[in-house]
Write a protein that binds this ligand. Structure first.
Ligand code: C2O
Ligand code: CU
Length: 465
């Protein structure tokens, strides 16, 4: 039996419609790759059905996969051909603050017709992604997102590296993006903009060829505005090897279901079946039944079985001296079926009725939305413990910029060796304490990644000086 390498395999498949373009080769002489946001069309519905008018990076949904080697510079020249201002945020990267892409905090939004140069080093290998950080609730929902893959210094031996971005769209019968519901208070105050159409790499129910008997590194990202994807991995016999980019040695085991909240990533090592033309389905838990969102199909002669490589750990700083840590309280309040009576918004205390009229529905510590002053200031090197209390009737995906955090206590019980994550899913009523070393100087957002919640008040920031 012939042994196929990844290169042979990719060549044998030819240019499949599902192969995402990679920007590695397309560099200008100054080393910048171009990333252009503009209107485009995408075949979100089945072939033969109408196309959808979207906004996209370099005409693709998802945008091109950006690949860079760990420790090397990524230089991206962003062109904004959208009808509104935008930015690019490099989600999960412990990045130079000036390159974090947050409109109004780390840079001015890039006006329509203008460009901006992003230039940074990615210190950690793993699976990351990029998206706008300006009217994110609209721009992401219209299709602006892509994968950012930071490759290990030494290439790892998988037979196939398969990045899959899952999205949950709200489409009309004709396949158009449902525009009247953008910014709807119903979504803001409840679960966020949930969709009615799931795509994987911009396609509905795609089939991906994988080498027979091959070892596949699945890189899954959730680009939904608000939907928590509960992935069933049992039938794939997969092993979780990384969460939010960071390798994990003791993956959480919740009965073979992996909850992937908006913006989170999971890398799964999957051993493909040993017979050609066998299939494995990627299942997501639906309301009353599970839905297959993508299929892996073995193709070609069986490759020789290889050992699963171990992911090297990233150079995250260690958590030191917890007893001296800066303790921060963060009470999350508001939303439908909540008890919040009032909150401060733009410096004024508003009763819930007035808040809603102002488009707000949530608060952190009684304050709705980003303010002049940060939630806290930390010294560089200081350990920070954030005691987050979800005093609402809804789950939230709490995202820290520029840092990865570790849960040290959940509902009053200590937690050991939790994975390092940039986004923590909190179920309703849950209390978690997270800790992290504040090692990255600058102004960093801390917000719910359910984008309607973010827009309606669940957003703050902290500073490391
Ligand atoms: Cu993925 Cu503040 O963002
Ligand atoms: Cu939320």
């Amino acid at each position: 039996m012939t042994q196929l390498t990844r290169r042979h395999f990719t060549a044998a498949l030819g240019a499949s419609a599902l192969t995402l373009p990679s920007l590695r080769a397309a560099r200008a002489s100054d080393g910048f790759v171009a990333l252009r946001a503009s209107a485009a069309k995408a075949q979100l519905l089945a072939t033969g059905e109408p196309q959808t008018d979207v906004w996209a990076y370099s005409k693709g949904v998802p945008g091109p996969i950006l690949r860079v080697r760990q420790g090397e510079r990524l230089k991206v020249r962003f062109f904004n051909d959208l009808p509104q201002a935008s930015t690019v945020h490099w989600h999960g990267i412990r990045i130079d603050n000036a390159m974090d892409g947050v409109a109004g905090l780390t840079q001015d939004a890039v006006p329509a017709g203008k460009s901006f140069d992003y230039d940074f080093v990615a210190p950690d290998a793993g699976t990351y992604w990029y998206h706008p950080h300006s009217r994110t609730w609209e721009q992401l929902a219209r299709g602006l997102y892509g994968m950012l893959i930071v490759e290990e210094r030494e290439p790892l031996d998988f037979d196939l590296d398969l990045p899959l971005v899952i999205d949950d769209w709200r489409l009309t019968e004709q396949g158009a993006i449902h525009e009247p519901s953008f910014g709807a208070m119903m979504d803001k105050s409840h679960a966020g903009r949930l969709g009615n159409w799931v795509t994987v790499n911009g396609t509905s129910g795609p089939i991906f060829k994988v080498p027979t008997n091959g070892l596949v590194r699945l890189r899954l990202a959730n680009a939904s505005n608000a939907r928590v994807l509960r992935l069933k991995t049992a039938n794939m016999n997969g092993q979780i090897i990384a969460l939010d980019g960071q390798p994990v040695s003791n993956p959480p085991n919740d009965g073979d279901v992996v909850a992937l909240a908006p913006s989170q990533r999971v890398d799964i090592a999957v051993r493909a079946p040993s017979e050609p033309n066998s299939t494995l389905e990627l299942m997501v838990q639906g309301g009353d039944r599970d839905i297959a969102v993508a299929t892996l199909q073995t193709s070609g002669p069986a490759v020789e079985k290889r050992e699963q490589p171990a992911l090297p750990l990233n150079p995250l700083p260690a958590l030191a001296r917890l007893p001296d840590a800066l303790q921060v309280e963060l009470r999350m309040e508001g939303g439908a079926m909540g008890t919040m009576q009032e909150a401060k918004f733009n410096g004024k205390v508003l009763a819930i009725r007035e808040l809603v009229r102002a488009g707000q529905a949530w608060a952190f510590n009684g304050v709705s939305g980003r303010t002049e002053d940060p939630l806290f200031r930390a010294r560089r090197g200081q350990t920070v413990v954030v005691n987050m209390v979800n005093d609402t009737a809804w789950p939230h995906a709490m995202h820290f910029h520029g840092h990865h955090v570790q849960v040290i206590e959940k509902n009053g019980k200590p937690v050991q060796n939790a994975p390092w994550r940039d986004t923590e899913l909190m179920e309703r009523g849950e209390k978690i304490k997270v800790a992290f070393p504040a090692e990255n100087v600058g102004k960093w957002m801390l917000h719910c990644h359910m984008l309607e919640h973010q827009a309606a008040g669940m957003a703050t920031w902290f500073e490391v000086a």
